[in-house]
Structures are given as structure tokens and as C-alpha cells.
Ligand binder design. Structure first.
Ligand code: SF4
Ligand code: SF3
Length: 519
């Protein structure tokens, strides 16, 4: 096996024996095979796409994303469907596919960057599709991108493909925003409890709002409480989800603490997407997967042909386990008991005038976007320290699961506006971009001239696609950590540093000083 797609890759070079994430070599090799089959399908279907190939391509790519699917038989089954569809469309069995991770270092780096970006976009396209939203340009680009992986290009051509991809991914995030907000309403500021009430409950992790919605429908009036986990936290802010009174709180801290936090809870857990870690024996019988998520031995809930999922097994287990006897007090990593979420673009932009005035009156001197993925790397303390040290006259926008490093901190308010504003999941990077563009417009400048700095943390491939979108939009001087991606070669890193002023994070105090003295 060879895999270097995520931040925790072995030695920041590549996982070759088994994945640090728990992925076994057979699974890693099958996932590469799956990508090769997707390339073959894309080549065969480019001119005669089918509804099925439009679906198999994003789902196939999403299956290979970090911490999504560890189930060899599920991957093989999906591969079978991809091969069948390719044959049905007239594609032949012996079309040659390039070895993705072999060849000249810079070319492997650029090819991998595009592939990993597409894996991230596949996740967002999948969620939008689940809600019935499809953008033909986005889907068509998967075909173009997969075919491009199998061709030779100069460095300049690769870079231009990657930038084109970044712009398409912006469209994809825009589509998902539309899908989520048209289906569930616009998120509004919402306080979320992290304590657990007595009685039966179910924990839902991942990003898929439709899965959560179906579960809420099926559990209402059953005496079961529903708790979000990880990236599902922002769901509390959507009116059409918030209206369920049994959606009562958020369980646990960051995804990488799940093996400890799930150990003894008297409740089942549903994984709708990443980040699933190999479950321990102590709770393996309480974890359920759905959609593209899988792990050998876990109960998987499929959807029927109408897109309905039957969560009865979880519901029955939740009732049988019965939950806690008494209310339980829990706390976040910094000891807080409440989290606030729901500051997506609509809410922030409805306060735009106020924010603009506060900036003009110098009550807000700087805005930080501290967001991205969380993970187990010790260097990720940086983000907690960074946020703690931000001056009182600054706002901290955040999104994605990296926020669990600091979202229970009480940093106070500026004129009634909380200093930490959670914009949502990783895909809500779209919200952040929208807000930044609106501010730039109001001040008659470009994004890079705003008193705004992006301090990003990455882990998996959704962060890669977002980063590529930010580059494509011309956002400069971003800070990135906790380490630079192993798949970026020295030359590619140099291009990003020279062209976009990308900076690897150093020390929180040093970086903060550097940011604030240049403002
Ligand atoms: Fe290693 Fe990350 Fe690949 Fe898992 S996903 S095998 S941890 S590089
Ligand atoms: Fe997190 Fe796994 Fe990336 Fe959606 S859930 S941001 S790491």
C-alpha cells in the first residue's frame, strides 16, 4: 500500500504498512483499484454519461476519503457496479490507467493534489445529490478531472487544471449551501447543550443532514433523544431540524476522541460520513454506518429505491439500552457546557452593517477565520492557543471540526456580537467566502486588503478541495497547519508560497504578532 492523502500520514511521508487511520493494506489497495475503475468509467462515459455513472463517480471517490470506508466487501461490491456500468456504456476491460503515485515527484504531487481535491468535492456533491440538487457543470468536471489524471501534462497545465478545479468546487459548495438552506432553512444563532439527559438516546456523527432528518422523524414520540457529534453540531441551527424538540444536544468533543468517548455510553451511534475510527470491541455492537461509510462487522443501513432509510435497528437498541438513569454533566475540552453555532452567511450578513460600523470605528480591528479539520497531531494545540491569544478587538470566525479545539471558550462579545462565530461545517467555508466577498465589496477593496487572516487546519481531503478553492479565488497569505501536506512536493510548495504567500504555521504567539503588526 501507499497512501499519503491525509495529515496524519506516517512520518509525514506516506503510510506503507498499515494506515495510521487504521486502514489495512488490502483496503488501501482496493481503494486505489476503485479510483482506477472510476477513471476507466469516466473515460468510457465522458461522451455518454448515464444517471448511474453520474452517481457512481462521486460516491466512489467519497468512499476512498480518509476515515470513511474500511469494509473490503463493500468496496468490492461498489467496484463491481462501476465495472458493470462501464461495460454497459461500451468501455473495454483493458484500457490502460496510469499508476497514480509513481513517476516524477512533482507530477505525482500535482496529480495527487487534483485527485485528493476531487475526493473532497465528491463528498459535497454527494450530500447535495442526497437532497436532490445537482449541478451539471460540477458533475461533468468529475469526468474531466478523472480523465485528466490519466494523461500527461506539464507542470503549468496541472496547475491550471487545479485552479479550474478550485473554481468548480466553489460552485459545488454553493450548490450544497443551496440544498441545505432550501431544504432545512437558513441557520440562525443557536445555543447547544453538551450535557446528556437521562433516558434513551442516539448519537449522530458526520455531515449528512438528510440522514439526521430521517432519524429525527423516525424517533419523534418514541422517548428517544438525539445528540449530534462532531461535524453534525451545526445541524442544531437549521430551523427544519431545530424544530424537533428531541434534538437536544451535542455529545462528545473532537472526532479523534471517539474511541474513548463512545466506550461506555448506553446508546447507539450512527456514522453518516467521516470521521469513523476503527471501533473498539467495547462498543463495536453499538456503531451503525450508512451511505458510503463502512467497516467490516458494523451494521450498515442502506437506503431503499426512494431514498428512505429504516433506522429501526438503532431505535430498538437505543430503547433496549435505555440511556443514563440520571442527567449527566459533560464538558468540552476547555470545560465549557454550552456551544453556540449557526452564524452562517445569512445571519452574519444580516449584521453586515453593524460589523462594517464596528470595523470603521475600530471596535473590530481584525477578523480571523480559524477553521478546518481537527486531528490527533500534538501540534494542533496551536489553534487553541492562537484563539485564546486573539485580542479583544478581534472576531474569530470558525467552521468545520477544528473548532472543537476552542468552541467552548468564552471569549466575550463586541457590542453584543459573540467574538467566536461558528459558521458551520467544513462545506460552510462557502459562507466564510461569501461574507469575505461582501465585506470586500462594502469597503471597496479586494479580499486580501481586508483586515482578515485565514488560519487553517487540515486533516482530510475536504480541506484540500477548500484550500484549492481559496487559491483559485486569489486568497493570499493563509496560514496552514499543523503540518504541510506530504503530497505537496518542494517545488509545488514553493509555487504556493511564492504565488499565494501560503505560510506554514509556526508558533501561535509569533504568528499572531506577525499578522497583527502588518495590519
Ligand atoms: Fe495513512 Fe491517512 Fe492514508 Fe490513512 S488516509 S492510510 S492515515 S495517509
Ligand atoms: Fe472534520 Fe473529519 Fe475534516 Fe468536515 S469530520 S472537517 S476532519
Amino acid at each position: 500500500m501507499f497512501c499519503f492523502q491525509c495529515q496524519q500520514t506516517a512520518g509525514n511521508k506516506g503510510c506503507v504498512r498499515t494506515g495510521v487511520c487504521g486502514k489495512q493494506p488490502t483496503t488501501a489497495n482496493l481503494q486505489d483499484e476503485l479510483v482506477y475503475e472510476l477513471i476507466r468509467l469516466a473515460e468510457a462515459a465522458k461522451e455518454k454519461r448515464s444517471d448511474l455513472s453520474d452517481r457512481l463517480i462521486p460516491d466512489g471517490l467519497f468512499t476512498t476519503l480518509t476515515n470513511v470506508n474500511f469494509d473490503d466487501s463493500a468496496i468490492k461490491k461498489l467496484m463491481g457496479r462501476i465495472i458493470d456500468e462501464r461495460r454497459r456504456l461500451g468501455g473495454n476491460d483493458d484500457s490502460k490507467v496510469i499508476r497514480l503515485f509513481e513517476g516524477e515527484t512533482d507530477i505525482v504531487s500535482l496529480r495527487s493534489t487534483l485527485l485528493f481535491g476531487m475526493k473532497g468535492m465528491a463528498a459535497y456533491a454527494h450530500h447535495a445529490m442526497q437532497l436532490g440538487y445537482v449541478d451539471d457543470e460540477v458533475i461533468a468536471w468529475f469526468y474531466k478531472g478523472l480523465c485528466a489524471l490519466n494523461c500527461t501534462h506539464t507542470v503549468e497545465e496541472w496547475l491550471s487544471l487545479i485552479m479550474e478545479f478550485g473554481r468548480i468546487n466553489y460552485k459545488c459548495m454553493e450548490l450544497l449551501d443551496k440544498a441545505n438552506t432550501e431544504t432545512f432553512g437558513h441557520p440562525g444563532p443557536t445555543r447547544v447543550n453538551v450535557d446528556v439527559k437521562k433516558g434513551p438516546f442516539i448519537v449522530v456523527s458526520g455531515h449528512d443532514l438528510k440522514d439526521l432528518h430521517q432519524l429525527l422523524e423516525q424517533t419523534k414520540d418514541k422517548g428517544i433523544n438525539i445528540y449530534t457529534h462532531g461535524e453534525m453540531l451545526p445541524a442544531h441551527a437549521y430551523p427544519e431540524l431545530k424544530k424537533y424538540s428531541h434534538l437536544v444536544g451535542n455529545f462528545g468533543t473532537a472526532w479523534q476522541s471517539q474511541q474513548k468517548e463512545f466506550e461506555s455510553i448506553p446508546a447507539p451511534i450512527l456514522f453518516t460520513t467521516n470521521c469513523l475510527m476503527p471501533p473498539r470491541k467495547s462498543y463495536v455492537d453499538r456503531v451503525y454506518t450508512t451511505s458510503v461509510v463502512g467497516f467490516d462487522g458494523l451494521f450498515h443501513i442502506d437506503e431503499d429505491k426512494d431514498g428512505k432509510k429504516d433506522f429501526t435497528p438503532l431505535i430498538n437498541q437505543s430503547l433496549a439500552l435505555g440511556g443514563y438513569e440520571h442527567d449527566r454533566s459533560m464538558s468540552g475540552i476547555n470545560g465549557g457546557h454550552m456551544l453556540t453555532t449557526g452564524f452562517a452567511h445569512k445571519t452574519i450578513l444580516s449584521n453586515a452593517e453593524k460589523i462594517i460600523d464596528l470595523i470603521k470605528n475600530e471596535k473590530i480591528k481584525h477578523i480571523f477565520l480559524v477553521g478546518g479539520c481537527d486531528g490527533a497531531h500534538p501540534g494542533r494545540n496551536y489553534y487553541t492557543e492562537f484563539v485564546k491569544q486573539t485580542p479583544m478587538d478581534s472576531l474569530v470566525l470558525t467552521l468545520a471540526c477544528g473548532k472543537y479545539r476552542f468552541n467552548d471558550l468564552d471569549l466575550g462579545e463586541i457590542d453584543g456580537l459573540p467574538r467566536i462565530l461558528d459558521m458551520g461545517q467544513c462545506n460552510d467555508a462557502y459562507s466564510a467566502i461569501k461574507v469575505a466577498l461582501a465585506l470586500a465589496d462594502a469597503f471597496g477593496c479586494n479580499i486580501n486588503e481586508l483586515p482578515l487572516t485565514l488560519v487553517l487546519s487540515w486533516y482530510e481531503q475536504k480541506a484540500v478541495c477548500i484550500l484549492l478553492t481559496l487559491f483559485a479565488l486569489g486568497v493570499k497569505n493563509m496560514y496552514l497547519g499543523p503540518t504541510m501536506p506530504a503530497f505537496l512536493s518542494e517545488t509545488v510548495t514553493k509555487v504556493l508560497v511564492d504565488t499565494y504567500g501560503l505560510r506554514p504555521i509556526t508558533d501561535s504567539e509569533q504568528d499572531l504578532d506577525a499578522i497583527l503588526c502588518i495590519r
